[in-house]
Design a protein around this ligand. Structure first.
Ligand code: NAP
Length: 468
């Protein structure tokens, strides 16, 4: 595995970076651990907040430069890159502001002399993906630094300049050395880091394959882990949903980040034959208008996918789907230009024996289904190994909530596709993983909820029924 910038828009190899040596990896871990033990964990919340907010300010100050790295390395449309930079800075600021509230000791009502305090654990190790190269890091770093943990990240090998740029935020604000470290590690080194006693928690955002490998290793080393893995989110359209705004949401939900979002709407499930036909016509028309273009051009509507292997993998899935009986209602091939472009694609007639019925399609490909009623829609929505996000569109919000409650997912939205914000918990169930990032739930994943019980001086021993 090489850490390389390869332009997805042209296929050109632009820069290659050396992997970290074992010696430097150990020095990085030592520095991180010392920073945690001797400095960062002892700082006041206000002091930590100053550092995290300064990193956010630095990101905003250099927003355009930072946006360019994303577009260069993973082909994100430039306006979306700008949006990701802004969101990442907001996340850092949000946790700098909220930490004091989250860290308040909790008094136990039945025993006012007992409190639960929240303490950091130590070095948290993140294995992160390329699809939102700063947002994924901010999701870990904002909460973890504010808890008092320090962070080491192995980023995806195709976004090395974005990884270095994020690490630079902390160098440029004179943050204590070791609160945040980027390592260009190989998989053996990832394993060794997980095994090292100084690493106290592991978080992965990525595929089931990466999640299973890391979770297994973390389990053997008795480390807590959080897994943010793939998804195949349903987008349910009930018969009473308004067509036009639902279609607007469908295209946003599927095509944002060129379809390479874990919570993209991937399976469109429409109730009713007639409504299904009208919806499919609208979806094909709107997605067909998204023509491939240079991701640096703000007028481009469809960027490349992130890599040659991502493109080939997606085209293969489409081919297998076709051979198993799926119909291509739109696109289905490589766009006619250099780089790793896949046409905006809509697939229909997918039955349960088709391999893609159970697969995630990570790119600009929508799977379309028609069902007869709400019950069938819920059944199909849940017929997946994944359980990340999902959405329900309806003219009746109460009905939407009832359906949303029955979707097997970590997040379900009524009348909008799944989206993210600093204050909303993010994560899934089933093969989409476990644990949460963001919100108070994410903030509390790598902490010691520590009981302090105080009894008066000279107290007698506890009674026999109080022995643990
Ligand atoms: P990926 O191949 O799993 O890569 C993610 C990260 O894991 C990269 O840093 C990768 O390193 C590393 N990795 C892969 N295999 C590993 C192993 N055996 N041991 C240690 N590290 C390993 O995932 P991807 O294809 O880049 O990303 C797309 C997937 O991520 C999709 O399934 C998507 O839905 C999911 N995702 C989930 C969320 C969420 O929040 N739930 C968010 C975004 C993406 P290299 O780059 O060096 O291979």
């Amino acid at each position: 595995m090489a850490y390389q910038t390869i332009s997805p828009a042209t296929g050109e190899v632009l820069r290659t970076f050396a992997e970290i040596s074992d010696q430097d990896l150990d020095a990085t871990l030592t520095r991180a651990h010392e920073c945690f033990s001797n400095d960062w964990r002892h700082r006041s919340i206000a002091d930590r907040a100053r550092v995290v907010s300064a990193a956010a300010a630095k990101l905003r100050e250099n927003a355009e430069e930072y946006a360019q790295y994303l577009t260069l390395e993973m082909g994100k449309l430039i306006n979306e890159s700008r949006g990701e930079v802004a969101l990442s800075a907001d996340i850092l600021d949000y946790y700098a502001d909220r930490a004091a509230h989250y860290l308040k000791p909790q008094v136990i009502t039945e025993a006012p002399d007992c409190v639960v305090e929240t303490h950091p654990l130590g070095v948290i190790f993140g294995v992160e993906p390329w699809n939102f190269p700063y947002y994924q890091l901010a999701r870990v770093v904002g909460p973890q630094l504010m808890v008092g943990n320090v962070v080491i990240v192995k980023h995806a090998s195709n976004v090395p300049q974005s990884a270095l740029a994020f690490a630079r935020l902390f160098d440029e604000i004179d943050a204590p050395a070791g609160i945040y470290s980027n390592v260009f590690a190989n998989f053996d080194q990832v394993g060794r880091l997980i095994d090292d006693f100084r690493v106290r928690g592991v978080t992965v955002t990525g595929s089931e394959r990466a999640g299973a490998a890391v979770a297994e290793r973390a389990g053997r080393a008795l480390k807590k882990s959080v897994m943010e893995l793939g998804g195949s989110d349903p987008f349910i359209v009930l018969e009473d949903a308004p067509l036009e705004t639902t279609l607007d949401n469908a295209v946003w939900g599927r095509m944002n980040n060129t379809g390479q979002s874990c919570v993209a709407a991937k399976r469109f499930i429409v109730v009713g034959k007639q409504r299904g036909e009208a919806f499919l016509d609208g979806l094909v028309k709107r997605m067909g208008e998204l023509k491939a273009g240079d991701p640096n051009d703000p007028l481009s509507r469809l960027g490349p996918v992130s890599s040659e292997s991502a493109m080939r993998g997606l085209l293969k899935q489409i081919e297998v789907a076709k051979n198993a009986g799926a119909r291509v209602a739109l696109g289905g091939g490589r766009a006619n230009r250099p780089g790793f472009y896949v046409e905006a694609t809509v697939l229909t007639d997918i039955d349960e024996n088709n391999p893609i019925y159970l697969q995630e399609l990570f790119g600009p490909v929508a799977c379309f289904y028609v069902v007869k009623d709400e019950e069938e829609a819920i059944k199909l929505a849940n017929a997946t190994p994944f359980g990340l996000g999902g959405s329900v569109f309806t003219g009746d919000v109460e009905r939407g909530k009832r359906v949303a409650e029955r979707i097997e997912s970590g997040m379900t939205f009524v009348n909008q596709p799944t989206w993210t914000a600093p204050h909303l918990p993010f994560g899934g169930i089933k093969n989409s993983g476990y644990g949460r990032e963001l919100s108070e739930l994410g903030f509390g994943e790598f902490v010691n909820r520590k009981l302090i019980s105080v009894s008066p001086v000279g107290s007698p021993p506890p009674s026999v029924s109080q022995a643990g």
